[in-house]
Design a protein around this ligand. Sequence first.
Ligand SMILES: Cc1cc2nc3c(=O)[nH]c(=O)nc-3n(C[C@H](O)[C@H](O)[C@H](O)COP(=O)(O)OP(=O)(O)OC[C@H]3O[C@@H](n4cnc5c(N)ncnc54)[C@H](O)[C@@H]3O)c2cc1C
Length: 514
Amino acid sequence: MNPLADMSSRKLLFYVLWTAFHGGIFIYGFFKQRMDKDLALLNSLGYSVATSRGAGLVLAVDACLLLLPMCRNLIRFARGLTTINKILPFDQNIFFHKCSAYSLLFFTLVHVNAHYINFFFVEEKIFDKLPLRAWQIHYTTWAGVTGHVMLMLMFFMYTSAKTQVRQKKFELFWYTHHLFVPFYICLFLHYRGCFVKSTSTGKCKPYGSNVVTIPTFCLYILERVVREYRARQSTQLTKVVFHPGNTLELRIEKPSFAYKPGQYLFLNIPGVSHFQWHPFTISSTPEEGFVSVHIRIVGDWTKNAAKLLGCYNNLDSDSTKIKMPTIRIDGPYGAPAEDFYNYESAVLVSAGIGVTPAASLLKSLWYRYYRKAPIGLRKVYFIWLARDKESFAWFQSLLSTLEQSIPTSFLEIKVYLTGKLSLDEIQNLAINDADSAFDSLTELRNKTQFGRPDWPKIFQGVRQGVESSQQSGKMKSTVGVFYCGPAVLATQLRKSCEAASGASVEFDFRKEHF
Ligand SMILES: Cc1cc2nc3c(=O)[nH]c(=O)nc-3n(C[C@H](O)[C@H](O)[C@H](O)COP(=O)(O)OP(=O)(O)OC[C@H]3O[C@@H](n4cnc5c(N)ncnc54)[C@H](O)[C@@H]3O)c2cc1C
């Protein structure tokens, strides 16, 4: 299999630029050391010295790049700046963080190996010209000790960040990742004691990378302080609804919380865990006057939250009898769906609970339509895939309202049931659906489709629709495709978007996965 065949051209370009950027910094650091006549004694050890310094400089840059995409507030602010938003793919912040982490790992290996070679040559060539023996430099100096501590911390952070660990033991990953604090402190202290000294004056000659790494670290800490401060603003849980399909809806009031449709927030319930913050897409729209989230109960935290909120107490599902626990929310944060209104046409594709951003957008669309406010969009397609029929209940009334009040020439709704039905259910459907104008699963006029959608056919249809409504003389229309659901389907959709794009219509694929 050719790995390049699966790679989008934008990603390929990114990797080329990324490698060139890192290679450039390495070469600069390498030759700066190598050409410095003042460092002749060290350079007499060989190329390994310049290699360790070149790699060290790249590590400082990566240490900054690692933190920047994790500054959610900074990203939210930058998303608002239209020109920057068009150039930088903010949706890819975690991907960028991972790229920086892999690069940091690679150059750490280069740096460490080069240093071990350095120490071998220190013993062999210049031990009589240095006050310390190689093992002392290695294990007793600031650089040696902090370097080894950083290696150990990296081992724990990297191994616990593996997808398998993250998916099975998210807390282990999350807590271990906070070893980044001692890691950065070691990084700042790494230059102390000074290994690189001028041969003539004996003065220290570091690259001075702390000038950028310390402010970046402070920026990230500030980010965390802002999150903590905002999360502490008055927040009231006003309603809990337990929906079919093991899903919980929370309605929250927080006057200081201003959000846009499609954004997400972090939720903390101290009664479940003081430290865990879980991300959930906001399923309400600002016009509703509250913030709602739909939470699928999947693991420990969501189960314990459901228990605390009385969902297993045999009370009414819309319970008012339980004492509402304290909750905290942080955000909102930007997601791809935020750019929904920036396109001429949009296709919203949701799988399972990935319907939440679409729900928020569709509600906001309804409000705009109802108030005759400017929308910008000419046509919207909403496609929802669910494995079980119970899921359709989450937003049944919303979809019915939309179907009744917005014409299909503007909003087309398609619902797919991808899971199997029992024989009884099939018989029931056959009887109920026979003469009914409404679908018995969704109560929509547009009948539920069974099985997986034929994506190429769907996108060809969208393309033809856009082409037929294109204003004469218009060169190209861009259709925003917003997907939220599992990663496997994202790959299929991306390919279908690329295949359907042409000279007159381009599909811009944007994805979000939980
Ligand atoms: C941007 C975003 C928006 C989301 N929106 C929704 C939504 O609207 N509705 C919904 O039901 N789910 C949503 N999720 C998923 C939701 O965050 C997880 O299902 C929830 O955190 C599971 O926690 P758990 O301990 O019960 O389950 P676990 O069994 O511990 O975890 C289940 C899955 O969730 C991931 N996960 C666990 N804890 C976290 C965390 N603190 N941060 C990020 N991922 C975590 C794990 O990697 C694992 O794959 C969203 C996730 C993201 C990243």
